[in-house]
Design a protein around this ligand. Structure first.
Ligand code: 0A1
Ligand code: ZN
Length: 889
């Protein structure tokens, strides 16, 4: 470990800056082995503030520094590894600095770096300090002027934020451009791009009639993959005007695709930079999942223009102010563009499987964390997804209309400011007259509340009493939790459908069948009257709160919800609870019996769902095929692992497979009928929700047939692999063949090789090919994973490749990664150490699965711990990995 261990930064220590930077003038000279950055910062001392000016800087070579054009002598300033300090300064001055940096050697991909043949930047959260000395904090907002000078042949396109104001030819085949961004912004929203790029151009006319130029810049080879993102951008611009009254505020909006990028994308003002995997898309190379995520990410980054850029964060503890709100906004956009229920289910799966795991692990933190060592580690599912759930609850409590009044107030009151989560909630409180003090626990307490519900029906009094108890386990930052305000959306189902909900004496003439109860106490009761028959409750409709809930349903109760509930989410959830209960019984019986019982009621339930799907496809009726397909899917091994500790890795795998095989064998003729009907339909390829649903269901049927070792099914799969006209079908077929073993499949190597030969020039498709192999569920998967690292399709410096191989192996291949020998962990620790030396952010993300060691049995705990300890002993460990590993040991 390092000599001096990195220390934490605390929210309670926040102090407003002592200096402001009203104007920032930057000039970049880009060369092949370095870059020179000249800055002129127009600064003022805040009235009354004392002390030296301390600018942030990292990995910079200071070439010169001057105040009001007078160069400083070395006695007038001090430089260390993280800052430049100047003691004697007037109240108003211009600070000029020149730094030399090496973008070509920047493998951390923070600050200015090289991705393939282009230069680009990533400044959030603290990357700007790797470009020049600055007050690198979001509450310092400045007007930026940016000049870029570079070789004209290699870098014909030179971009920065705002509007292009000047362009000149220079000697030696160099050229110069000047950009000006009229909107004050923190430096984390600064961006620069230089490259040999082409663009897809379009325009958007805003609600007030202004024409905005839209440009998506890519390398020439990718120009045919931009149309989908452009359409998504235009839809997002329109949606934000209609739903939030937010209009775009510059004359040009640009997106640039780069291959080497740590995250998905970045909302730099007027110049969003995207991981190419999150923007490029077309029919033959992109799966439906990718299409939907491209649409969602384009929207997310665009929506940040208001929620994040116009109104930004005071400090990084407020990260969820922009991220939670913007994820909520993009989720609602996606729900409006596609199937609302399917989008909700997708998001809930992530919450339950991944965010709940984070919330019960060593890195658990509130949506508003009280401290951090490395802020990059806090771009988490808790800040993003749980943060969005918290905003969703506000929306639920206020209703759409009041919520909109609240967001209007928030945007108008704080436009151009850097604020805190409190300001957001206060705006919502003000327009609704509600008291949000108890609600703030959602922002300040980590951990997932657990809600236990019990129903008692009294037939003579015709009452139904619902008892609700809430509890939240201790997390590292807080042992004793205060009760949450939990919105509980619910209904009651009789044998033939929904029953009216009368609460106590309140005999609502409208006969509502849906209510949102507000649970505020540790234990609380709700009495429903005039309940004519014993009901089955439908609970947490649409996942109305991010909690774990428990109600003792029988399989017959669940079947009633599956068949009768008006809430699609609860129908799906009941199907999952039924599957979990059946799988858990198999798991319990496995030790004693070679053939544990699979309850036939799940087969009946799936049979009925398949009939519903077949008749919908035959009659072309409106049923949501995607929802039916989700109800036919068993919960993932990851989610099953989240439900019970210690995790029985092999038990879960085999019990789940046993249930899956029973279902596939019993229902294979229905799967075949459905597959054939869906495959026969000769519709044009499209990416609307209905077409996506059909492809999803079709591939689910194919998977069942091959899983049942059906010879004709395997032939259908091979045929689909050869004849598919889109990547969803092609990749599904490949995955099904590679992930299954049966005599009809035979050796899969030729299929993998043929796919490789066909797609090797397309790096994004190659990521899928790598991931299919890294997730092959087999105890010997490690051997294939280590050989993939030597394959020409792999590149150790590219985050997408690291995620495709190492990330997929650790997160999506439980049986391979957790192999009893511990070989998976050892291999992984070495990989994390190697990656950390080049790219700490990626290494810190990769290491996460190891940190869940306490949830495993004793033997695995030991080997996982050893792997973490090996990492912790590395001498030059980054702050990023240090924080995660030290908190988990
Ligand atoms: N703000 C971006 C994503 C992003 C987050 C962190 C980064 O570096 C630590 C980079 C980008 C978004 O929410 O899309
Ligand atoms: Zn974001």
């Amino acid at each position: 470990m390092k000599d001096a261990q990195p220390s934490a930064i605390f929210l309670q220590d926040y102090k407003a800056p002592s200096f402001i930077i009203s104007r920032t003038e930057l000039s970049f000279e880009l060369f092949e082995d370095h870059a020179l950055v000249h800055s002129q910062l127009h600064m003022q001392r805040d009235a009354g503030a004392a002390g030296p000016l301390v600018l942030d800087g990292q990995d910079l070579e200071l070439v010169s520094v001057a105040v009001n054009d007078v160069p400083l002598t070395s006695a007038q300033y001090t430089v260390d590894a993280e800052s430049l300090s100047i003691a004697e300064l007037p109240d108003t001055f211009v600070l000029s600095c020149t730094t030399r940096i090496k973008p070509q050697e920047n493998t951390a991909l923070e600050g200015l770096y090289r991705s393939q043949k282009m230069f680009c930047t990533q400044c959030e959260a603290e990357g700007f300090r790797r470009i020049t000395y600055y007050l690198d904090r979001p509450d310092v907002m400045s007007e930026f002027f940016t000049e870029i000078v570079a070789d004209k042949g290699k870098y014909p396109v030179l971009l920065s934020n705002g509007n292009l104001i000047e362009q000149n030819e220079l000697p030696d085949n160099r050229h110069q451009v000047k950009w000006h961004d009229p909107h004050k912004k923190p430096c984390y929203l600064f961006a620069l791009v230089a490259g040999d790029l082409v663009s897809l151009d379009d325009t958007f006319t805003t609600v007030s009639g202004r024409s905005v130029v839209l440009r998506i810049f890519v390398e020439q080879k990718d120009i045919h993959k931009c149309d989908y993102a452009m359409a998504a951008l235009k839809k997002s611009m329109k949606w934000d005007e209609e739903v939030y009254g937010r209009e775009y505020d510059l004359d040009i909006f640009m997106i640039v695709a780069v291959d080497d990028f740590n995250m998905g994308a970045m909302e730099n003002k007027g110049l969003n930079i995207f991981n190419s995997s999150c923007v490029l898309a077309n029919q033959v190379s992109t799966t439906d999942d990718n299409f939907l995520s491209v649409e969602a990410i384009v929207a997310h980054e665009y929506f940040h223009n208001w929620s994040g850029n116009r109104v930004t964060c005071r400090d990084w503890f407020q990260l969820s102010l922009k991220e939670g709100f913007t994820v909520f906004r993009d989720a609602e956009f996606s729900a409006d563009m596609n199937s609302r229920t399917v989008k909700r289910i997708e998001d809930v799966k992530v919450m339950r499987t991944n965010q709940f795991a984070e919330d019960s692990g060593p890195m658990a933190h509130p949506v508003q964390p009280p401290s951090y060592i490395e802020i990059s580690n806090f771009y988490t599912l808790t800040v993003y997804e749980k943060g969005a759930e918290v905003v969703r609850m506000i929306h639920q409590l206020l209703g759409a209309e009041a919520f909109r009044k609240g967001s209007d107030l928030y945007f108008s009151r704080h436009d151009g400011q850097a604020v805190t989560i409190k300001e957001f909630v206060s705006a919502m409180a003000e327009v609704s007259g509600r008291d949000f003090s108890q609600f703030m626990n959602w922002y300040q307490q980590a951990g997932t509340p657990e809600v236990a519900l019990k129903g008692e029906y009294d037939p003579s009094a015709q009452t139904y009493k619902l008892t609700v108890k809430q509890h939240c386990r201790p997390t590292p930052e807080c042992k004793d939790k205060k009760p949450y305000l939990i919105p509980l959306a619910m209904g009651l189902l009789g044998a033939n459908g929904a029953l009216p909900l009368y609460l106590g004496d309140d005999l609502d003439a409208e006969k509502p069948t849906h209510r949102v109860l507000e649970v505020t106490e540790a234990e609380q009761q709700f009495l429903f009257t005039q309940v004519a028959e014993e009901p089955v409750p439908s609970l947490f409709r649409n996942f109305s709160a991010p909690v774990k809930y428990q109600y003792n349903y029988s399989l017959d109760d669940l079947q009633r919800i599956i068949t009768l509930d008006e809430d699609g989410f609860c129908r799906w959830d009941a199907s999952q609870q039924m599957a979990i209960s059946v799988i858990h019984r198999v798991l319990a019986e496995m030790a004693e019996s070679p053939a544990p019982t699979v309850d036939s009621r799940i087969i009946d339930a799936h049979s009925a769902l398949l009939d519903e799907a077949i008749s919908a496809v035959t009659g072309n009726t409106e049923a949501d095929l995607h929802l039916l397909a989700y109800m036919l899917s068993l919960p993932s091994e990851g989610y099953l692992a989240e439900l019970k500790t210690p995790i029985d890795v092999e038990g879960i795998h085999f019990a789940r497979n046993r249930v899956k095989r029973k279902l596939a064998a019993a229902l294979k003729e229905k799967y075949r009928t459905l597959y054939v009907k869906l495959a026969d339909a000769t519709t044009e390829f499209s990416v609307d929700a209905a077409a996506i649903a059909r492809r999803y269901l079709k591939n689910l049927c194919l998977d069942a047939l091959v899983f049942a070792a059906d010879e004709a099914g395997v032939e259908l799969c091979k045929a689909q692999l050869h004849h598919a006209n889109n990547m969803t079908d092609e990749l599904s077929a490949l995955r099904i063949l590679v992930h299954n073993t049966n005599p009809f499949i035979g050796d899969v190597a030729p299929y993998l090789e043929a796919f490789y030969q066909k797609w090797k020039a397309d790096s994004l498709v190659m990521n899928k090919w790598l991931a299919v192999q890294a997730s092959r569920p087999a105890a010997d998967a490690l051997a294939s994973v280590s050989s993939l690292l030597k394959h020409p399709a792999f590149d150790k410096n590219n985050p997408n490749k690291l995620r495709a191989v190492l990330g997929t192996f650790a997160n999506g291949n439980p049986i391979g990664f957790h192999a009893r020998s511990g070989a998976g962990y050892e291999f992984f620790a070495d990989q994390v150490i190697a990656v950390d030396a080049r790219n700490p952010q990626i290494a810190a993300r990769l290491v996460a699965p190891l940190t869940q060691w306490k949830k495993h049995d004793e033997q695995r705990q030991g080997v996982m711990r050893n792997a973490l300890e090996k990492i912790s002993r590395v001498e030059k460990l980054s702050k990023d990995v240090y924080e995660i590993v030290s908190k988990s040991l």
